[in-house]
Design a binder for this molecule. Structure first.
Ligand SMILES: [Zn+2]
Length: 161
């Protein structure tokens, strides 16, 4: 028997100004995306923005439904939209924030397990790490890859020819 340790590396930023310009724009896009949330039940408006390798940005926001399981998170809304609109343009980065009553939340809004699974498959499709930015009202975290957030992933992608 061997004891194994898995660790992850991530960065913390104290303001949007510390980010590169393209990452700052991605975060601002995620903040703007919260406007598209349909959250009459939770009042918790999540915004996500995806940047593709071409530089194209795609927004997503949580879409709730009175039949609760029929709703969808912001991250999957953005990723599925990106893959549907630009199937040959791999995802490079995703940013996630949330607001309540028009104010960014003081806590980080991390992606749920199902979204992490979808993000992980986007990363496999991209064959390159996807940066994950998670913002609060005052700080931003950057994870260098989805694999950091979901290690030992279920991977049943068919082999490529
Ligand atoms: Zn989710």
């Amino acid at each position: 028997m061997k004891n194994m340790i898995h660790s992850i590396r991530y960065e913390e930023y104290d303001s949007l100004q510390e980010l590169t310009q393209q990452d700052r724009i991605l975060m601002q896009e995620a903040i703007a995306a919260t406007q598209g949330a349909y959250a009459p039940y939770s009042k918790f408006c999540v915004g996500a923005a995806v940047r593709l390798q071409s530089g194209q940005l795609v927004r997503g926001a949580n879409q709730e439904n009175s039949a609760y399981p029929s709703g969808l998170c912001a991250e999957r809304t953005a990723l599925f939209s990106a893959h549907a609109l630009y199937p040959n343009d791999p995802v490079e980065a995703i940013a996630i924030v949330a607001s309540v009553n028009g104010q960014l939340t003081p806590n980080f809004t991390y992606p749920c397990g199902a979204c992490r699974q979808v993000m992980a498959e986007s990363e496999m499709r991209a064959q390159a790490p996807i940066s994950v930015f998670v913002g609060s009202a005052t700080r931003i975290l950057r994870f260098e890859a989805v694999a950091s957030l979901l290690p030992f992933i279920f991977d049943n992608l068919p082999e490529k020819d």
